[in-house]
Unconditional design. Structure first.
Lengths: 967, 507, 121
């Protein structure tokens, strides 16, 4: 039945160069390396990170030929077969595109970050987080199992939380990180729900299965909820309106993080998932109107906001939002051509946007500011940076010969033929507007930062960065140009491959080329260009207007919501759990009462079958006394001494009741326990206030009284209910009666049950007593040695009401009684097995006798004459019981098997009791030890608290008088 | 008869007694014995786990009296699992107590710990309902002692409340037992199960009351709303290692519910049908919501730990309340997870308290802590676990619970509650973490020189490692748990194993 | 007889509940003791009441009182005694340390320093 992990490779690919799992695991396994290497210096840290990423990248590339040949590589391992959550990975075109984006870009970022991060930044930590994130991303794009995908999805949220909060000394860093986590976390949880439903419909959590079930899924009534939940996940991750607001605040992260997470990878995860599920989710009106519309709105809105941002990174952030919207819209169109365009733009956006982020980082790094208003005229100061920035921005603007242009053309072309409801012009119009805005802020990036006159008030004199910083963006810009000029050659293969994976094979006709002739798209982008230039020209005029426009500040709203939630939860929790024990108890009683009542009324009660006993004079008086005593306790509970006396009466009646109802053992036990308890409470009362103040008001007392009456009623009725019915089947105690003498070797069945049939209960019970004593001892120690001890020490001793501390009569009496009591104890103990009595009662009696000594002659005197360490007595008791019980183990019988019946000797009468008696000795010792230790602790407190006992055991002592006369 | 079954109930009291008599003043000696005993118990429990793996339910007749007349111990997969979990938790806890000198701050820590373990083991192993009461009392009174270990104003106040509340619970337990015996005339669980099954439909009220009262008693232990009020103050004020050990105390309640309400008052029992299931689930959902609300609105890490314990019990009891084998599997997996993660959380909170003189674990920025990075990393890992985020077992457990709720009519409600509360937990933990570990005031080096506490940190690391192990080996673990669940939901096998004649007395 | 007995259990319970709901520890402890009387009687009664029947086996009686509940009650009495002892001492300790015997806790003013772990030392 033992578990064997299934691990095989797809039939679609026999030979396997490098298992996919390694590509996913490498970053995770290697994550700690940079952290460790950091000790060896920043370079080695960076190198280790680069090596790991490079290795993973190579691992990916070796599969390229096969994938480009249209193959799919699978790798499967069972993880949690019970719910079909298995480590199934597969590498197809789409996965390949994203994986290479993630790893390739990762390498560039590692290089860039090495030179970007300052001396004081812990670089190892940075690379560790980065690799964790990288692994999670690769995991997402290679998952075949959507539950595994969820795991990686949430991991990206968590690792990005760490990356964004990397500079956690900055409040923006902390808040940005928390906001990102909250938003993407919400999406992640929605996604969990959506994926579960999706798997529910398709009957499997494996994408390779789900992707075959288009009709089944789209026909299902659960399609819409699943779609909505999944889309919430994607939109939050890809910063789609209205969840876009977290992205700009995530810019508090170091620029390499922004360049990596917020241009190329994490924000693309949402797009990836939409593309991944495109074959089964897309094509319905719901899909179109939700996805395309969201994308359209996001595109325009993002671009608009970006135009008026002065912080370079904020500008880029919102432009990212806008471009993500563009891609979302394309996916939303649901047409294969749009899908191609989407894939192509994913590549292009990754290249130019990452480059631009790095450039922004360079400017920040060199000029020590990212504020456009404080920049300008950098063209001559940093020509190289200018070149990179310009090419990147122009591509972002969609200028021909750069890759941005191509995908934008395709977008416009598709938009031009997409009607929205009955308005065919809406989508193209807005799309063009978006492109115009996009062009505008791109131009502004060039114009307001690099052009214009040089200034003399830069925070630092900017100059071109070292090679390490500009190498990465330069490489990306090179890609921008190459793809821009020879698209088909440079990217055609990848696009076809990925797009094919998205649409599931059949691709429409499309040409990745610069010149398509005079198409509507061309006119639209022409309009966009001109519009962009116009907007730039009028920016100076528009800006103040925009700044004056009232618009909701997402962050303040978000913070307010969170603060509101926290405050509310705080208030709610603290009102509910305010430490008022009395209320807790009231709730407890109420719950018990109500549930009990509900259970009773929902059931059926049979007829009363038992005849009742006659109630004579004794029970009647007892009842009356109980009534009086209880009422007395309630009425006079403020005077604690009086209440205690009433309680004593109650206890007495209870024991009498036991005796009257033929339970002599109980009667004896109850009586002796009662005595000890009362003594204990009296001694405690010696320290506690003697009065309870009147605190609870009328209403409160009424409430409590009502509750008390109801619960009491319940208890009474339950007792009554048991009396009228009989056991559903004969009680097991018949067996105990029958086997007590022959089996247990005792005629007092109660005692035999205690020490034999259910000896284990008794064993537990003496353990409880022992622990009680330990707890009390430990507590007393803590009090006496603690600060309280000193306060006790100089606490004014109570001036006792009674005249002499150790009254002569009492002393004499107790001393005389002592031996007698001891004998009684032994007698009770010995007769226990056959008649009422036994170890427990005997123990209590002896204990009481000893206490008498304490009370009469004082702690000093008694303690001096009574040298047993109570701890030892308790332990001895436990030992006695344990060893007696274990004796039977050696005879191969279970624990606590009484030895009766082992020896077939004539002297059986002596032997039969042997073990039971020994066990009872254990009980006896524990009881004595526990009770005495408890009371000793109390008297130690008393002793501590300055109750100096008189030096003499007796106050009046003839011998003493004589001595004094002589002197 | 397999005496190994009784071993977990004999070794701790033996060691405890030895400690009382001879090591009251030798803490080092007590430490050695304590650790040794726990290691031995680990071995024993492992043995029991293997034994139970055969699928054979074994019963141990104490005093060699035949069931149902004497008391029996039952070894099945469930009891073995719980015993093993407890032993696995006990070791890091005791090491932490030693590493931080918590055990020096009062008398008899280790003896009480031993008795505490005895009580827990007994509760898991016994097959007799009254004996279950006795062991509840043992583990409770030991827990009283441990909870107030080291005294202190608020701890003692919280202690009084804890004790009083549980005394009420014990009283209720006795009422329930009286009703049960009065109705059925037996105490042995297997025998009870048989007799309850044969009870006439004409007379069900009494046994229904008994069942409900019993459920309430266990609900108190399991901190099920509205009987959870004892928990926050107790867990927050208890000494850290004790609070960590208490992570398994709430599970005793869950265990008891699982045991009694599948075996005795299970879905098959006609007299108590419609009594538990739905109500339990609803109460559990409210509990979960309450807990995570507390996490979101907490003022200190201690509160967060306490309330996330409540929340995790909510999730656990939802799964328990479904009463299907698959849901029970999920419940058991989540039970193991929340025990380990919860314990680790309390220990980390203690580390924070130790490192932030004056402000302790309050959610206010303080000067940088000693070893901030390591403590923060541990907190991050455990927080992920408690919030049920990937990659740790919390997420796996949550997925198990979610999927196991699929057939239930409340599935949408359950999913919504679980997912929403996870979000609250995430936000709450993120808030707390960034306030305590990230947002630091100007560092006064004074707090930077607290001892490294390697042993303490190692024991926390061990718990985290166990969580990771639980995640990685989710497959085999769930397989065992699946078998366990199947066994739980097959009372017939239990009856057969317990009530068949083992040839004990009559002698 | 059963009427008297049941109502007595009811009275004791009611009294106990009322006292447990008081604001100071001492009455609460008294209340708990009352509750334990009540529950012991109840448990005892679960074997049904009987007059002048020995729980002692002489071999010739035809009817007995049910000895099992008696044994259970004995155990219960002992345990509840131990519990009472602990709670009394605990209440005492709490009173001595915090100088008041209220059972309700003030919301959240954690000031005592011993709360922090032994790590300080």
């Amino acid at each position: 039945m033992w578990y064997t992990p299934v691990l095989y490779c797809s039939a679609r690919r026999k030979d396997i160069l490098l298992p996919l799992i390694l590509i996913v695991l490498l970053p995770f396994l290697g994550a700690l390396l940079p952290g460790l290497m950091n000790k060896a210096g920043r370079n080695s840290s960076a190198w280790s990170a680069a090596t790991i990423t490079g290795a993973a990248f190579v691992g990916l590339l070796v599969h390229a030929p096969f994938v480009f040949a249209g193959g799919v590589i699978e790798w499967r391992m069972d993880w949690l077969p019970l719910i079909g959550m298995n480590f199934n990975l597969f590498l197809d075109g789409l996965g390949f595109l994203f994986a290479s984006l993630i790893l390739g870009m990762g390498l560039l970022i590692i290089l860039y970050a090495r030179f970007y991060l300052g001396r004081e930044d812990p670089m190892g930590q940075f690379y560790t987080y980065l690799l964790l994130f990288q692994g999670a991303m690769v995991g997402i794009v290679l998952s075949d199992n959507i539950l595994i995908l969820l795991v990686f999805w949430e991991l990206t949220s968590l690792s990005s939380f760490l990356l964004i909060g990397y500079w956690n000394h900055l409040p923006q860093g902390r808040q940005g990180a928390r906001m990102a986590l909250a938003v993407t976390g919400t999406g992640g949880l929605a996604l969990v729900g959506g994926m579960l439903i999706l798997g529910e419909i398709a009957g499997s959590y494996d994408l390779s299965v789900i992707l075959q079930e288009k009709d089944l899924i789209q026909a299902s009534p659960l399609y819409l909820p699943a779609l909505l939940l999944i889309l919430i996940g994607c939109f939050t991750k890809s910063a789609q309106f209205p969840f876009h607001f977290w992205l700009p605040h995530a810019m508090a992260a170091p620029t390499p993080v922004s360049a990596y997470l917020h241009s190329a990878t994490m924000v693309k995860a949402g797009l990836f998932l939409m593309a991944r599920l495109w074959p089964v989710l897309a094509g319905t009106p719901e899909w179109f109107y939700i996805v395309a519309t969201t994308g359209l709105v996001t595109m325009v809105l993002g671009a608009l906001i970006a135009l008026f941002k002065d912080d370079l990174k904020a500008l880029l952030a919102f432009s990212t939002v806008s471009h993500l919207g563009l891609i979302t819209m394309l996916l939303g169109f649901g047409s294969p051509f749009a899908a191609v365009a989407a894939v192509f733009h994913i590549i292009n956006h990754a290249t130019f946007k990452a480059a631009l982020f790095m450039v922004a980082g360079i400017i920040d790094h060199e000029a020590h500011t990212r504020d456009i208003k404080r920049l300008g005229g950098l063209m001559r100061l940093m020509p190289l940076t200018f070149l990179l920035a310009t090419l990147g921005s122009l591509s972002m603007a969609g200028v021909p010969l750069l890759n941005g242009f191509l995908s934008k053309e395709m977008m416009l072309e598709e938009a031009a033929r997409t009607p929205w409801l009955e308005w065919p012009w809406l989508v193209p119009a807005l799309a063009t507007a978006g492109s115009a805005l996009s062009a505008a802020y791109s131009f502004r990036f060039i114009a307001h930062v690099f052009m214009g006159p040089q200034r003399h008030d830069y925070p630092a004199i900017p100059h071109d960065p070292p090679f390490g910083l500009w190498a990465a963006p330069a490489f990306l810009v090179a890609l921008v140009i190459v793809i821009g000029i020879v698209p088909a050659a440079a990217a055609g293969g990848v696009v076809a491959l990925a797009a094919g994976a998205v649409t599931g094979g059949s691709l429409p006709y499309y040409g990745l080329k610069i010149w398509h002739g005079f198409t509507p798209a061309l006119y639209l982008s022409g309009i966009a260009m001109i519009g962009g230039l116009l907007l730039l020209a009028t920016h100076g005029a528009l800006d103040p207007i925009w700044q004056r426009l009232p618009r909701p500040e997402a962050k303040t709203i978000f913070d307010a919501v969170i603060r509101r939630c926290v405050a509310w939860s705080q208030a709610f929790t603290e009102v509910l759990h305010n430490g008022a024990m009395t209320r807790y108890a009231a709730v407890f009683f109420l719950t018990a009462g109500l549930c009990g009542a509900a259970a009773w009324v929902s059931g059926t009660s049979g007829p009363a079958i038992r005849r009742f006993l006659p109630a004579g004079f004794v029970p009647a008086t007892a009842w009356l006394l109980v009534a009086v005593a209880t009422a007395g306790m309630v009425a006079f509970h403020r005077n604690r001494l009086v209440a205690l006396i009433f309680m004593g009466i109650n206890g007495l009646i209870v024991s009498i009741a036991f005796a009257y109802l033929s339970a002599p053992d109980l009667a004896l036990t109850q009586a002796s326990v009662e005595v000890v308890t009362i003594i204990l409470l009296l001694l405690a009362l010696n320290f506690l206030p003697k009065e309870t103040p009147r605190e609870s008001g009328q209403a409160r007392r009424m409430r409590d009284a009502t509750l008390a009456v109801l619960v009491g009623l319940g208890a009474g009725l339950l007792t009554y209910a048991i009396q009228v019915t009989d056991f559903s089947q004969a009680s097991i105690s018949a067996y105990h009666l029958a086997n007590s003498k022959p089996g247990g070797g005792g005629t007092n069945v109660v005692n035999v049950i205690l020490v034999d049939f259910r000896g284990f209960d008794t064993f537990g019970e003496i353990i409880v007593l022992g622990i009680a004593a330990l707890v009390i001892y430990a507590l007393t120690e803590a009090i006496i040695t603690g600060p309280v001890g000193h306060r006790l020490a100089n606490r004014p001793p109570d001036t006792g009401e009674a005249g002499d501390v150790h009254p002569l009569m009492m002393v004499i009496a107790t001393r005389v009684m002592m031996p007698i009591v001891l004998m009684v104890g032994v007698f009770i103990f010995l007769r226990g097995h056959n008649n009422p009595g036994g170890g427990f009662i005997a123990g209590l009696i002896i204990a009481i006798a000893l206490i008498m000594q304490y009370m009469a002659s004082g702690f000093e005197w008694a303690a001096a004459r009574q040298r047993f360490p109570y701890h030892a007595i308790i332990a001895a008791g436990i030992f006695a019981a344990l060893l007696t019980g274990m004796g039977s183990l050696f005879a191969g019988r279970p624990f606590l098997t009484s030895s009766y019946g082992y020896f077939k000797l004539p002297l059986i009468e002596q032997f039969e009791l042997a073990t039971a008696l020994a066990f009872d000795v254990g009980v006896f010792l524990c009881v004595v030890g526990a009770v005495m230790l408890a009371l000793e602790s109390l008297s130690r407190l008393a002793h501590r608290s300055g109750e100096r006992p008189s030096p003499y055991p007796m106050d009046i002592d003839p011998s003493r008088e004589i001595v004094t006369e002589k002197a | 008869m397999n005496h190994l079954i009784a071993a977990p109930l004999l070794l701790p009291p033996l060691v405890g007694a030895v400690m009382i008599i001879s090591m009251r003043h030798h803490i080092e000696l007590a430490r050695v014995f304590s650790v040794a005993s726990i290691v031995a118990l680990l071995g024993i429990s492992a043995g029991l786990l293997v034994e139970s793996g055969t699928g054979q339910i074994q019963s141990y007749l104490l005093g060699n009296w035949p069931a149902p007349f004497g008391i029996v111990l039952i070894l099945d997969r469930l009891s073995a699992l719980m015993v093993t979990l407890t032993a696995f938790l006990a070791l890091p806890v005791v090491l932490y107590a030693i590493g931080t000198d918590w055990d020096r701050r009062g008398k008899h820590f280790h003896a009480l710990l031993q008795f505490q373990l005895m009580g827990l083991f007994g509760a898991f192993l016994t097959g007799d309902i009254f004996n279950l009461f006795v062991f509840f009392e043992i583990l409770l009174i030991a827990s009283y002692g441990l909870m107030i270990h080291g005294a202190g104003k608020r701890r003692l106040q919280a202690g009084v409340q804890y004790v009083v509340y549980n005394l009420l619970g014990s009283t209720l337990f006795l009422f329930a037992l009286g009703a049960i015996y009065g109705a059925t005339g037996t105490l042995n669980m297997a025998d009870l199960s048989v007799r309850v099954a044969d009870m006439p439909q004409s007379d069900t009220a009494l046994i229904r009351v008994a069942a409900v009262l019993l459920l309430l008693v266990f609900a108190v232990k399991a901190a099920l709303m509205p009987l959870h009020f004892w928990l926050p103050a107790t867990y927050e004020e208890a000494p850290a290692p004790v609070a960590a050990l208490f992570a398994v105390m709430t599970k005793v309640g869950a265990y008891a519910i699982l045991r009694v309400f599948t075996l005795i008052f299970g879905p098959s029992a006609a007299v108590t049908e419609g009594l538990v299931g739905p109500w339990l689930i609803i109460a559990a959902m409210v509990t979960l919501a309450l807990g995570m609300t507390g996490v979101l609105g907490a003022r200190s890490l201690g509160r967060i730990a306490a309330f996330s314990a409540i929340g995790s019990m909510g999730t656990l009891l939802i799964a328990v309340g479904l009463f299907t084998p698959q849901a029970t599997t999920a419940a058991l997996y989540y039970l193991i997870h929340s025990t380990l993660a919860g314990a680790a959380l309390f220990l980390i909170v203690d580390q924070v308290r130790a490192r932030r003189e004056g402000i302790a674990d309050h959610l206010v920025p303080g000067p940088p802590m000693a070893m901030n990075g390591l403590v923060a990393a541990l907190f991050f890992a455990v927080a992920i676990g408690m919030a049920g985020m990937p990659p740790f077992s919390g997420f796996v457990g949550k997925l198990l619970v979610l999927t196991s709720a699929r057939e239930h009519e409340l599935v949408w409600l359950i999913w919504t509650v679980i997912l929403t509360t996870s979000l609250m937990a995430v936000v709450g933990f993120a808030r707390a973490g960034s306030l305590v570990f990230w947002k630091t005031t100007e560092g006064s080096a004074a707090t930077l020189q607290s001892p490294p506490q390697n042993l303490a940190l190692t024991s926390i690391g061990a718990l985290v490692a166990l969580v990771v192990l639980l995640t990685v080996s989710a497959g085999p673990v769930t397989q065992f748990l699946g078998a366990t669940a199947a066994q739980i939901h097959d009372p017939a096998a239990y009856h057969e194993a317990v009530l068949q004649d083992h040839g004990g007395q009559p002698r | 007889m059963e009427y008297l007995f049941s109502s007595a259990v009811g009275m004791l319970t009611a009294g106990g509940v009322y006292l447990v709901l008081r604001l100071r520890t001492f009455p609460v402890i008294l209340g708990i003791s009352l509750l334990s009387y009540a529950v012991n009687l109840f448990l005892f009664a679960s074997g049904r009441l009987a007059l002048n029947l020995p729980p002692v086996w002489r071999g010739q009686e035809t009817s007995y009182t049910d000895p099992l509940p008696q044994a259970l009650v004995l155990t219960a009495i002992v345990i509840s005694f131990g519990m009472t002892a602990v709670v009394v001492m605990l209440a005492l300790g709490s009173y001595l340390t915090s100088r008041n015997d209220r059972i309700d806790m003030a919301a959240d003013e954690r000031t005592d320093r011993d709360h922090h772990t032994g790590a300080k030392r």
